[in-house]
Design a protein around this ligand. Structure first.
Ligand code: PXL
Length: 285
């Protein structure tokens, strides 16, 4: 069984970061090891959230793992807290990676042209150093533009997306993937760039005209999990995008329409089924 380390906060209420990554990795048949960077009462879109920083625990926890000889097939990161914490996370990655470890970074820090309340532009730039040590990164357009000081565009064309990807690849990441990319009216998905082969790849599906918090973390967890399982990149984009879209559609049926997080639990059977089909195909069944 593949083992993945996921480094991000626990928002006790709100369905994001570790409270979605852990169940999704488990559903995907991956052993999930968690390194919580902070405990928050809710995610930061709620007013009055509490936050206990756990930065001083990261080194003792990971030192213990090292002594126990614990290793990871993949390491992924999501929402972090401070610039110092980014440095600690880079050290942890360097300490645990070997030539086969997949390092996946989601520089989660903003959306819709704005940074989340806890962050500023300096923090955004610091994320570039974390992206530099990753094999795969999956910022959205907001995060990419803040990291690189390229103006954010709400309306754009494919050339803009390609320009962002080429600039992201200059960080040193082999495979940057931009999420929330719409390449035509009524569609959304993701586009990536493989710097080894200098080729772009993308996947688009129908855009559901609804917006919920936490969908970026859901997309990112499934994408990281798919890569950790060795699924090829276009299939990985498809499984993550289709699952996210299905989850939004399912949430739309909920009369409460919980803005703070989607009903991803309801669609886990379809995720498992999609993975089963890929496995069947790869085995030639
Ligand atoms: O990536 C979403 C996220 C994760 N964790 C916390 C957040 C957010 C988005 O607002 O506030 C604490």
């Amino acid at each position: 069984m593949k083992r993945i380390l996921t480094i991000q906060d626990i928002s006790c209420f709100g369905k994001c970061s570790l409270t979605v990554a852990l169940p999704l990795f488990s559903a995907m048949g991956i052993e999930a090891v968690i390194l919580p960077t902070a405990v928050l009462s809710t995610h930061t879109m709620f007013k009055g959230f509490t936050c206990k920083d756990l930065s001083d625990q990261l080194k003792p926890i990971t030192d213990h793992w090292k002594n126990e000889g614990i290793t990871f097939d993949a390491i992924c990161t999501g929402y972090l807290g401070t610039e110092e914490e980014i440095d600690t996370v880079i050290d942890i990655i360097e300490n645990f990676r070997n030539k086969d470890t997949l390092v996946f970074v989601d520089p989660a820090m903003g959306d819709n042209g704005k940074l989340y309340p806890a962050f500023n532009e300096h923090y955004a730039k610091k994320n570039a150093s974390l992206c530099a040590v990753a094999d795969i990164i999956d910022p959205n357009i907001t995060e990419a533009s803040f990291m690189m000081d390229i103006p954010y565009k709400e309306f754009y064309n494919e050339d803009y997306v390609k320009e962002l990807l080429l600039e992201l690849s200059k960080f040193g990441t082999k495979t940057p993937i931009l999420t929330g990319v719409s390449l035509s009216n009524g569609k959304t998905g993701a586009m990536g760039y493989d710097s080894n082969t200098e080729t772009f790849f993308s996947y688009q599906n129908d855009k559901i005209p609804a917006s919920y918090h936490g969908t970026g973390d859901i997309f990112s967890s499934v994408l990281a999990g798919a890569f950790a399982l060795g699924i090829d990149r276009t299939e990985a984009l498809k499984i993550a995008a289709d699952y996210t879209a299905l989850t939004i559609a399912e949430t739309e049926k909920n009369p409460d329409k919980p803005w703070y997080g989607v009903d991803f639990e309801a669609t886990i059977p379809e995720l498992i089924e999609a993975l089963r089909k890929i496995k069947g195909k790869n085995n030639g069944v």
